[in-house]
Design a protein. Structure first.
Length: 399
């Protein structure tokens, strides 16, 4: 199934089965969500690369493979119709999962908040989600965090230290990608050249990576598998996902600058402040639904150490990584950061008022290290995050 390994261009993997119900001794107190926006059109930068592919000499593309909307600057970065549908689906399933809880919350609409970054794709995702959860328009409109003040959703723009470290992380990843290309490049060129019936020497691995992105856009935007996606089999798609993960894991993930592990501290400080407030006064507990970007999810994942919960994590993702080790890696963007990816935090209390939480990644329960069950003592999470809760984001990011 090619659509399972298209990295950050993967359509949202809607769950096929509900999560386990909470034990009867636990009472749901609060729900919070941090979500990436839904499927979007390519950014201006990607549009330039797509146009280069369309115009590549010797590439005789069948009719229908070239889609002008993918290179139309007016569409650049905007939420697509399928992105709206992804958000509607997530919201509808949440309404089913938390039916009683959300119905009661809507009787006190001030206890539901919807927040987005300043980017159109995130704002429209938040609006679509809110329209499903609150069809009566009882809650406050979506709160948009100005980009200049955003330290929780589009935080990378406001961290000078991260911006200073990024070129070094990019350089480090490019060296590993060069190793990857030297090992796997000929196989990829030959495979794609054979499927396009062209001389493989005209293909560069970077161009093949763009073809891989076009497959992702075809599937995510148009639900099509009969053009660009015909160029890939599961093995070549998995290789190209690995190539992407080399870069993402260093620029936004656990194998880059130490700053990466602190970038989501302000966001999780907000989340914990709302959880603590909810535990002190359950009747006024606020459930907040936040909408950001792929890097928002990756930064939160990195701070939580999700790669430890999802697979092997001891070694950085490397260009010479063996297939067996690569398959076991915990950092996979297809799993962590597809379009509309989300992290849900459910807050519970037991009969003695002890707090518990459950973490959901893309609506599926994830058990963090240190937790014996998916319903886990909140103290485990509080201890794991340590001084990240209450962090000084400005101080951390100071150059």
């Amino acid at each position: 199934m090619i659509h399972l390994s298209l990295s950050t261009k993967t359509p949202y993997p809607a769950p096929t089965a509900p999560v386990r119900q909470a034990p009867s001794h636990l009472e749901l107190v609060q729900v919070q969500l941090v979500s990436r926006h839904g499927t979007r059109y390519p950014t201006l930068g990607d549009m330039k690369h797509i146009k280069d592919i369309y115009e590549l000499s010797g590439l005789n593309l069948p009719h229908g493979w070239i889609k002008e909307e993918l290179v139309n600057p007016e569409n650049a970065g905007l939420l697509a119709q399928y992105g709206h549908s992804e958000m509607e689906g997530i919201a509808l399933r949440m309404m089913q999962r938390y039916s009683t809880f959300l119905t009661e919350r809507l009787l006190h609409p001030e206890t539901l908040r919807f927040v987005s970054s300043e980017f159109q794709r995130s704002y429209m995702s938040a609006r679509t989600f809110r329209d499903v959860v609150d069809p009566g328009n009882l809650t406050q409109p979506v709160t948009v965090v100005p980009l200049s003040d955003d330290v929780s959703l589009a935080m990378k723009f406001n961290c000078p230290l991260w911006l200073q470290d990024k070129p070094a992380a990019a350089h480090n990843s490019s060296l590993e990608v060069e190793v990857f290309d030297s090992i796997h490049g000929q196989r990829l060129r030959q495979s794609i050249g054979d499927r396009l019936d062209i001389d493989s020497s005209v293909l560069k691995v970077e161009g093949i990576a763009m073809l891989y992105s076009l497959c992702g856009y075809d599937l995510s935007l148009f639900a099509e598998t009969n053009s660009w996606c015909t160029l890939f089999d599961p093995d070549t798609a998995a290789l190209l996902e690995l190539r992407n993960d080399i870069k993402y894991s260093r620029i936004y993930g656990p194998y880059g600058a130490t700053t990466n592990k602190k970038m989501a501290c302000s966001l999780l400080t907000e989340v914990f402040a709302e959880m603590d407030q909810a535990l002190q006064n359950q009747s006024s507990a606020v459930s907040t639904f936040r909408f950001g970007h792929a890097e928002t999810i990756m930064f939160v994942s990195t701070l939580l150490g999700l790669e430890q919960a999802l697979g092997s994590y001891n070694s950085p993702i490397a260009g010479a990584m063996s297939p067996v080790v690569a398959l076991r890696r915990g950092f996979k963007t297809t799993a962590i950061a597809p379009f509309a990816s989300n992290l849900g935090i459910e807050l519970y209390k037991d009969q003695s008022a002890q707090p518990y939480f459950r973490l959901l990644l893309n609506e599926q329960a994830v058990r963090l290290p240190g937790c014996s069950d998916e319903f886990c003592s909140l103290n485990v999470l509080r201890t794991k995050l340590g001084d990240a809760i209450g962090c000084d984001f400005v101080g951390i990011c100071r150059v």
